[in-house]
Design a protein around this ligand. Structure first.
Ligand SMILES: Cc1cc2nc3c(=O)[nH]c(=O)nc-3n(C[C@H](O)[C@H](O)[C@H](O)COP(=O)(O)OP(=O)(O)OC[C@H]3O[C@@H](n4cnc5c(N)ncnc54)[C@H](O)[C@@H]3O)c2cc1C
Length: 387
């Protein structure tokens, strides 16, 4: 393998560092860039399920992930008065079984970055243009620097700007699932001890979870809206939107809304999936949420990112750097897996955020169906062995 070795990877979250690991192992020369000034620690919890757990084992980092995993004792649904409707203990509450593992996003990124000590990784670095030429991709960085790469891989998330520089609006569609999500941390004023509490009513859901840090809790608001919302362009408008939708809903809604301004990690976005016919164009490939976001509803975005990175790097190795062969195989192999997980995201979205109040029976019946569907989606691909 002696061509197409110089590869730029954009985005240092899950998909980016994972593909760097495999490319480096196979003799390519990846360089990783990330827009943030530094690694963002903390954040919401994400899952590694099914086949993706096998990949992190192959990378030799499963034990590190397991050691840093979340350690919730239970998940409890309450009604508007805070009375328990249903409670599930252990991993099953998060739809995990066997070697599936949940970890805070920042912890996982940290472990992934430590696994690629030989890959140049530049934080606070962005590209402003990307031009495909016959033999190379010419990349212009925000600081004015111009560099040529053999291939570029965009792992810069759902709102990927590298995707916008390569694919037209006709090529891809951001499919709005009809709901919105907001997450942020607040003081653990309910003194939750390694427990998640959820309250769901009138197509709105509030969750509070406190895990290892007894002083902090993580709040999630999710809601369904029949029409796409406007007036949510900035943080101020988004917080106002949450107040409008959740004020007086019940349980802890008003108190959490009061604490919203204490958070320094406020996040708000539409739940959306990325639909696209091909994840590659010329010498550019999309991976992770940038290519096949299934939405937080699927609970499978992290596993998709890990599997996609493994397959894209592996196919490039098998094709000895011939990207046209490798990209074709990547598209073929990933399509059924992505479809299965995006379908799961749509299904979960339709079963959660129901009208009226949820009952113990609905919660328990829904949970057992999700568990089954998630298991199937998490294993809906046979992993080639590239080594
Ligand atoms: C609220 C919420 C809850 C979730 N819950 C779960 C869950 O329970 N289970 C699960 O598996 N998944 C969950 N997910 C989804 C999961 O976080 C994503 O699927 C996963 O992080 C995708 O990884 P990625 O590497 O493709 O992209 P991302 O994690 O989105 O990372 C993209 C990276 O690219 C960087 N970047 C962006 N633009 C640029 C640029 N122009 N130049 C350079 N760098 C750039 C970003 O800073 C970021 O580091 C959740 C997501 C959210 C938002």
């Amino acid at each position: 393998m002696n061509h197409n070795r110089k590869i730029l990877i954009i985005g240092a979250s899950i998909a980016g560092p994972t593909i760097c690991y495999w490319l480096k192992k196979y003799g390519f020369n990846p360089t990783l860039i990330e827009r943030s000034k530094q690694l963002r620690t903390g954040g919401y919890a994400i899952d590694i399920r099914g086949i993706a757990a096998d990949i992190v084992k192959k990378m030799g980092i499963y034990d590190d992930i397991y050691a840093k995993r979340t350690s919730l004792l239970s998940t409890r649904y309450v009604d508007a008065d805070g009375q328990t409707l249903s409670e599930e203990h252990g991993e099953k509450a998060g739809f995990r079984e066997g070697d599936d593992v949940e970890i805070v996003r920042g912890e996982l990124v940290n472990i992934l970055l430590k696994a690629i000590p030989d890959v140049p990784c530049h934080f606070h670095k962005e590209i402003i243009s990307l031009t495909q030429k016959d033999q190379v991709v010419e990349v212009t960085f925000k600081d004015g620097h111009i560099e040529r790469y053999d291939l570029v891989m965009a792992a810069d998330g759902l709102h990927s700007s590298a995707r916008g520089m390569t694919f037209s609006d006709e090529d891809c569609q951001l499919f709005n699932l009809g709901s919105y999500i907001s997450v942020f941390s607040i003081p653990n004023y309910l003194n939750l001890n390694r427990i998640q509490v959820l309250f769901e009513k009138d197509q709105k859901l509030i969750s509070m979870v406190s895990d290892k840090d007894p002083d902090r809790a993580f709040a999630t608001f999710a809601f369904r809206s029949k029409k796409a919302l406007s007036g949510i362009a900035n943080e101020k408008e988004q917080k106002k939107c949450l107040r409008d939708w959740f004020c007086d809903l019940g349980w802890a809604s008003n108190k959490i809304l009061d604490l919203i301004n204490d958070s320094d990690d406020f996040y708000f976005d539409v739940m959306a999936q990325l639909k696209i016919d091909s994840w590659t164009k010329g010498r550019v490939a999309l991976l992770g949420d940038a290519g096949y976001c299934a939405s937080p509803l699927s609970g499978q975005g992290t596993s998709l990112a890990i599997v996609g990175a493994y397959i894209l790097a592996g196919e490039l190795k098998s094709a000895e750097g011939d990207y046209s062969v490798a990209f074709k195989r990547y598209n073929e192999l990933m399509r059924p897996f992505v479809d299965a997980n995006q379908d799961l995201g749509v299904w979960v979205g339709e079963s959660f955020l129901a009208e009226g109040e949820v009952s113990k029976e609905i919660i328990e019946q829904r949970s057992s169906v999700i568990m089954e569907k998630m298991k199937m989606a998490a294993n809906a691909i046979s992993l080639p062995d590239y080594v």
